[in-house]
Design a protein around this ligand. Sequence first.
Ligand code: IPE
Ligand code: IPE
Ligand code: MG
Length: 236
Amino acid sequence: MNVPNHVAIILDGNGRWAKAKGMPRSYGHVKGCANLETICDDMKALGIKYLTVYAFSTENWKRSREEIDVLMRLFRNYLKKCLKIAEKNRMKVRILGDISAFDADIQQKILDLEEYSSQFHELHFQIALNYGSRDEITRGMRRMAKDCTEGRLQPDNITEETISSYLDTAGLPDPDLMIRTSGELRLSNYLLWQMAYTEFYFTDVAWPDFHREELIKAIEKYNERDRRYGGIKEEA
Ligand code: IPE
Ligand code: IPE
Ligand code: MG
């Protein structure tokens, strides 16, 4: 089995999963967060090099104050635990998105985690937090325009690579496989530029139930695809 180099996941369905069990949405988030810990072990075991997960979108601020408070508590907790997970899996953690919107202690935890884990290279784990592709492109293009007006960059020299280098994902390979759990068939503002040639896999399984067997199923499906560009099969 060919494993994709870079897997991107939209971890969706925590709320519905909990509701189906007669539990509050927050219970779904707790279980979803726990699954984030084990999926890193699975990725590592399968030999996947890059994993990028969508955990909180720029649109998610529109949720109730109560739900946002729960999510922030979970992030705090998870960011702390992640130091150990990073060490265990020798993984380098990087946050994508505009972290300036978070409370100062969360921002500090993010910086600490990124710095501590920068020594590891076996698994590259990106977490998209307060991330939205359009916001990322807007922020990046603002910086690029500034570099042009201040003479550091010539408009005629701008290439696709230049644009990639201004995005939060600068330096990362594009995803080969994108998985969205829980049945929705949309991108919800995720990695729009980066996924120009990514294979998509949608499953009805909710994120808290998406374990190693489900991941293997997704990779098997990916192996059946006839990828034309940037993928596992090139035309002879
Ligand atoms: C995904 O689960 C987690 C986040 C977006 C934070 P949801 O909270 O979107 O769960 P559903 O889609 O409402 O079931
Ligand atoms: C996408 O899921 C964002 C994350 C998983 C963080 P949502 O549940 O927020 O997306 P929509 O609202 O269904 O498009
Ligand atoms: Mg959702």
